[in-house]
Design a protein around this ligand. Structure first.
Ligand code: UDP
Length: 454
């Protein structure tokens, strides 16, 4: 209507008034959305897996050529990867991408999954928690269950590849099948720095029979009789959670969740777990909010099927105390695209963990060039180099200070994000991981040596 004045009966409405009314309507809709966000109820169809060449725009031609060169010496070699689940969890997610890429490199890789009853998985879950330092009463029955399922799987499976890679403790007993000319590698994805003594004493003799073991961080290792290698976990830059996104899709997701993109957004994406300290994040936000305007998004999953998660979610809601600018989202497991969009939309990403594994949410945020504020625990300091690729914090007050600082120093925040992305590109991408695997195979199979002699 430009500057025209529209007359309708006794009411005169100007453009300014229309705009104000619209923005009031928008605000009302946004507030309603916040109370009942539109969360997708069904998983989307899976996307086609990327090809090796698709990574070229991301890591460059030289990097792909180097990987192809390394693969040349391994052409026709055979590998078997074994883990305990085909879906769910970071290991399965990583193997889903790694195995096709190795095959594309003509390193003939098969992936097998061990089977077991509930009793087996109860025992291995107990082992998992105990290896992370939890309480556990190791009984003879638990040891027998572990050994007998490993034995059943050993009888069922074949192992005639050049290299066999066993992931995590569940299938560790398969080592009994090692043949004369094979190399067996144990890939440990968990933090073994403070294991339960009895459980570790039981597993250690199996682990030490492997030709090598791999850990995700120097801090996660144990003294072992076999050589150890360091493989950082990685993210796939072409996965739904990390691929580049359309601005329109990001806007839609924010709209669905009632997030106002005209104001600063700070986000923590994490399971509702006390060790991720979501309540501490709310407290830090409240302190920072005294000085700077912002909204806090806390998005997590697992609270529906984990009784402890539901309790923590409740604690978070109590801490938020109805603050309309705290947006709490309990997401189902298939929301990778939404998580990607939330990370993209954020001005700051927080990961205020009190204990952590590697902290893949940090990797994901750095990859999206976001300034990250994170607890200095687990694998986080490997990724967040203080004041270079993000900032590390030790307390609620420290976190609040950094929220305020980064929101008022956007140029510094932008620089952190930029450097964070480069750090991930060099160290924590799927392509780097592929290269590490192939270099290790070369080393173990003596390929590099043979080529030099020829
Ligand atoms: N994640 C998710 N949905 C959620 C919360 C987290 O898909 O509601 C993803 C997150 O993006 C990351 C992974 O789960 O890829 C969590 O890995 P991280 O190493 O940060 O923590 P963990 O949960 O394994 O302790």
């Amino acid at each position: 209507m430009a500057d025209e004045v529209k007359r309708s009966g006794a009411t005169v409405i100007t453009d300014t008034e229309t705009a104000t009314a619209n923005s009031e309507n928008n605000r009302t809709t946004m507030m309603e959305r916040r109370k009942s966000p539109r969360i997708s109820t069904t998983p989307p169809a899976p996307a086609a897996p990327p090809k090796f060449a698709d990574y070229e725009p991301i890591v460059g031609t030289a990097e792909l050529n180097e990987i192809r060169f390394i693969a040349r010496g391994l052409k026709g070699k055979t590998v078997k990867m074994v883990n305990s689940t085909a879906v769910g969890g970071g290991v399965a997610e990583m193997l889903n991408r790694l195995v096709p890429l190795l095959n594309e490199m003509e390193v003939l890789t098969k992936w097998d999954v061990i089977t077991g009853g509930n009793d087996f998985f109860e025992v291995t879950k107990g082992f998992h928690n105990a290896l992370h330092g939890g309480e556990y009463n190791l009984t003879q029955e638990a040891k027998d269950i572990f050994v007998s399922y490993n034995e059943q799987n050993r009888q069922r499976m074949t192992f005639d590849e050049d290299v066999v890679v066993i992931h995590d403790p569940q299938p560790a007993g398969l080592i009994k099948s090692r043949g004369e000319d094979q190399k067996w590698i144990w890939r440990c994805h968990i933090d073994l720095s403070h294991p339960h003594k009895d459980v570790w004493d039981f597993l250690r003799p199996m682990v030490e029979q492997y030709d090598a073991s791999i850990f995700s961080s120097p801090a996660f290792t144990r003294q072992l009789a076999n050589p150890q290698y360091l493989f950082y976990p990685c993210i796939d830059p072409l996965s739904e959670k990390n691929k580049p996104m359309d601005e329109a899709y990001i806007a839609k997701v924010c709209d669905d969740f009632g997030i106002d993109r005209t104001r600063p957004i700070i986000t923590q994406i994490s399971r509702f777990d006390r060790l991720k300290d979501p309540v501490g994040v709310v407290q830090a936000y409240k302190l920072a909010r005294k000085y700077v305007d912002c909204q806090l998004v806390l998005a997590g999953g697992g609270a529906s099927d984990d009784p402890e998660g539901a309790v923590v979610l409740q604690e978070v809601m109590e801490a938020a105390a109805g603050d309309p600018d705290v947006i709490i989202l309990n997401l189902p497991p298939w929301c990778a695209l939404e998580i990607n969009a939330l990370q993209h939309a954020s001005d700051i990403v927080i990961q205020k963990s009190l204990r952590e594994g590697f902290g893949l949410t940090v990797t994901e945020a750095l990859w999206k060039s976001k300034p990250v504020i994170a607890g200095a625990v687990g694998g986080i300091p490997t990724q967040v180099i203080h004041k270079l690729t993000g900032v590390l914090v030790q307390s609620v007050e420290g976190c609040a200070y950094q929220i305020r600082y980064l929101l008022t120093h956007p140029e510094f925040a932008r620089q952190l994000g930029k450097q964070g992305r480069e750090h991930v590109r060099e160290n924590f991408l799927m392509t780097t991981n592929l290269k590490r695997w192939m270099l290790l195979y070369q080393l173990m199979l003596g390929v590099a040596k043979k080529e030099r002699a020829a």
